[in-house]
Design a binder for this molecule. Structure first.
Ligand code: ADP
Ligand code: MG
Length: 144
């Protein structure tokens, strides 16, 4: 399995990595985002949105699970499943239309819904290493 490692030292660099990925993303692609609270998942997501041409503000849809942005070059489905109780909630919001549609899906805390992830997706894991500084982040990108 191919893994790309990127190290960032400022939030702007994490945003920029997201922007590049958003600019290159092929419609139908799914990105999962794994990492502790406050590690930078939403900053990265804002970058992806910018790369897709979305100018409206993007925030963590913590209380709604799914936020849809139609403004970019293809639909952008931003999931944050942190507060999900049961995967059946994903059925209720019609996740299959997003996962198997013509937009880009990005799922924060995707490890909580692993059982419904499709066979192919790109897993992005962000982690800190305090020995390398408070703003250091290690970002791993793996094609599954
Ligand atoms: P999450 O969505 O993972 O809970 P957020 O993106 O909301 O995290 O917040 C990340 C926080 O970490 C922000 O306050 C941001 O300024 C800070 N931060 C510091 N250094 C970095 C970095 N290198 N990359 C991303 N965020 C960083
Ligand atoms: Mg977040």
């Amino acid at each position: 399995m191919e893994e790309i490692l990127v190290e960032t030292y400022r939030p702007e660099e994490t945003f920029e990595l997201g922007r590049k990925i958003g600019a290159q993303a092929v419609p139908g692609s799914i990105y999962t985002l794994i990492g502790d609270l406050g590690v930078g998942k939403t900053i990265f997501t804002k970058g992806v949105a910018a790369g897709l041409g979305i100018t409206e503000p993007v925030n963590s849809p913590t209380f709604t699970i799914l936020q849809v942005y139609e403004e970019g070059r293809c639909p952008f489905y931003h999931f944050d499943v942190y507060r999900i109780g049961d995967v059946s909630e994903m059925d209720e919001i019609g996740y299959e239309d997003c996962f198997y549609g013509e937009g880009i899906c990005l799922i924060e805390w995707a490890d909580l819904i692993e059982e419904i992830l499709p066979e192919q997706y790109t897993q992005i894991t962000i982690s800190k290493d305090l020995e390398k500084g408070f703003d250091y982040r290690k970002i791993s990108i793996k094609r599954k």
